[in-house]
Design a protein around this ligand. Structure first.
Ligand SMILES: Nc1ncnc2c1ncn2[C@@H]1O[C@H](COP(=O)(O)OP(=O)(O)OP(=O)(O)O)[C@@H](O)[C@H]1O
Ligand SMILES: [Mg+2]
Length: 301
């Protein structure tokens, strides 16, 4: 059976009268990149703050690597690496010296490991430069290096690609996959859907403090309603015909002569139109992606 690296049970956090995290149940497994998605203010950072023993839950529980975590009980976190908010480095020290500081506090981290982890995050050439002078993306990499230097079993990264350019983001995605390949499990929070779709095995989508979708990315996408875009010379007539077709959930105009149909596949749309002597000039099955899933589950709630 696959081990669980993070699990919450009805985890809730109330700030004043505001439920920032509302009965959240999520499970992340060993050997996967788990994506934690949600719009701004959804409660991602608050949830991760509770998982890292930084915030007291109002009710419910969170366990990491099989052990419950509270601000008074953080034993499990010695095998966890985290990047939450701005990385905590000393700005007037170099990247190398910042990692040496961490190494002093951590058994088993030697100079070889520091060099290795700087290489891993792409900072070898800049290792001896002061971190305070780094670009945002480079500072983010220092934070990642600090989170990884003690070879954690599980890393929790809250928006780790903040401030990175597309090439930097791709490098981080590759880094996350290689971590998983080497046996580290990853929880990645992000609002960048494309990034999550490319790197995550499973996801949970949070909206207004509640989990609105959770599962394998493939399964969630396959469960999406089929969507077809077509162009016809008589769109209002075609729309009327399609609205009467069993299975069709919605038909709406999408610019001149173009319609978007949801609920049935392109072949069904095509057959119905041809049967009624309307020949579309163009018909395209729209691939469901995480963006449409995200809009669906966050708008519906
Ligand atoms: N210490 C606090 N006191 C009061 N309200 C808070 C506190 N921390 C967070 N909140 C509120 O809780 C809600 C969830 O915030 P949180 O930072 O967890 O969201 P998020 O999903 O991480 O958003 P983002 O994508 O913007 O980082 C927000 O409405 C926020 O204003
Ligand atoms: Mg946040």
């Amino acid at each position: 059976m696959t081990n669980i690296v993070l699990q919450t049970k009805d985890l809730t956090k109330v700030f004043g009268s505001h439920k920032a995290v509302d009965s959240v149940n999520i499970t992340a497994y060993e050997g996967e990149v788990f994506g934690f998605l949600g719009p701004n203010g959804a409660g991602k950072t608050t949830t991760l703050g509770m998982a890292l023993g930084l915030i007291h839950p109002t009710s419910g529980e969170v366990s990491v690597l099989g052990e419950q975590v509270t601000p008074n009980h953080t034993h499990a976190l010695k095998n966890v690496g985290a990047l939450l908010g701005a990385p905590a480095f000393v700005p007037y020290l170099s990247a190398w010296d910042n990692l040496e500081l961490v190494a002093h506090l951590t058994p088993g981290v030697d100079k070889k490991r520091i060099a290795e982890v700087l290489e891993l995050v792409g900072l070898t050439d800049a290792a001896r430069r002061r971190v305070g002078k780094f670009s945002t993306g480079m500072k983010q990499r220092v934070g990642l290096a600090m989170a990884l230097v003690h070879r954690p079993q599980f890393v929790i990264l809250d928006e780790p690609t903040n401030g990175l350019d597309p090439a930097g983001m791709r490098e981080i995605r590759q880094l996350l996959r290689s971590l998983v390949g080497n046996g580290t499990s990853v929880l990645l929070s992000s609002h960048l859907l494309n990034e999550v779709q490319q790197v995550c095995d499973r996801i949970a989508v949070l909206n207004k403090g509640r989990v609105v979708a959770q599962g394998r990315v493939d399964d969630l996408l396959n469960a999406q309603k089929p969507t077809v875009r077509l162009t016809v010379s008589a769109p209002s007539e075609a729309a009327q015909l399609l609205r009467a077709l069993p299975g069709v959930e919605d038909v709406h105009p999408n610019g001149a002569g173009s319609l978007i149909v949801t609920g049935v596949d392109s072949q069904t749309v095509m057959n119905h139109l041809i049967h009624n002597n309307i020949i579309p000039t163009e018909i395209i099955s729209q691939k469901s992606d995480l963006e449409s899933l995200f809009m669906d589950v966050t708008n519906a709630n």
